[in-house]
Design a protein around this ligand. Structure first.
Ligand SMILES: O=C(O)COP(=O)(O)O
Ligand SMILES: [Mg+2]
Length: 234
């Protein structure tokens, strides 16, 4: 029995322009009303996640900043798992590298981040990955399709999901996870069932137990209906 759903946000319950899929919102509300825990797991910042939880109607359990932060319910203590100093130091190196090529990196939500660094996709993510690798910096570059993130090694949505599952006394086998991007891979592998929506890149699709036929939010709705058929039979 799948007692909890952990879902990515951008590209999974939205369209490619980040507009939320209203059928996905309805599906989440159906799960919540049936007593299924729904956790949003994203690269986004905590205040964005809180607004999303409030407006969709979950209990406020979140994974943010790609696992760098997580919290059980609105009243829970915010846990900070990432290493922001390491990410900021790596970001400075990337900034200098791209400045020499006359490209300015554009940080996203820097003043609101506790654990990671995110910036615009106006550079080739593979080039950033090569710089980090060549300099042996202790961070990972994650391309979400919406932003590029720097994250401490060993920190992911998957590690945060394990911690939250422990706090919620859930086994990983009881969790359905859905995602669309490389920042979802560990989470899809660790969950009892991992689903990639059709827009996911090959590496993410191969980490999943199932790839939906539909893309973006419609793929999310397809997955939820498949694994909770009784809740959507009418
Ligand atoms: O913050 C991002 O870059 C994308 O967020 P996501 O993890 O919800 O897709
Ligand atoms: Mg995503």
């Amino acid at each position: 029995m799948l007692k909890a759903l952990v879902t990515d946000v951008d590209g999974t319950i939205t369209d490619r322009r980040r507009r939320i899929n209203t059928a996905a919102v309805e599906a989440v509300r159906t799960l919540v009303d049936a007593g299924i825990t729904v956790v949003f797991a994203s690269g986004n910042i905590v205040c964005f996640m809180d607004a999303l939880c409030k407006m969709v109607g979950t209990d406020g359990t979140i994974i943010g900043e790609n696992g760098g932060v997580y919290r059980r319910g609105f009243p829970g203590t915010l846990r900070i798992a990432g290493d922001r100093e390491a990410c900021l130091a790596a970001f400075e190196e990337l900034k200098d590298y791209f400045a020499r090529k006359d490209v300015e990196l554009e940080p996203f939500g820097a003043q609101y981040r506790f654990a990671d660094v995110a910036f615009a996709r106006n550079i080739d993510p593979d080039e950033a990955k090569a710089v980090i690798r060549d300099r042996r910096l202790p961070v990972r570059v994650l391309d979400t399709g919406f932003a590029i993130h720097l994250q401490a090694l060993g920190v992911s949505k998957g590690t945060a999901m394990r911690e939250l599952a422990g706090e919620m006394e859930l086994s990983l086998a009881e969790i359905l996870a859905v995602g669309d991007s490389e920042n979802d891979i560990e989470m899809l592998k660790a969950a009892g069932i991992g689903v990639a929506v059709a827009n996911a890149p090959a590496e993410t699709r191969s980490a999943a137990d199932l790839v939906t036929e539909n893309a973006y939010g419609d793929g999310f709705v397809e997955a939820v209906k498949k694994y909770y058929p009784d809740l959507f039979s009418r």
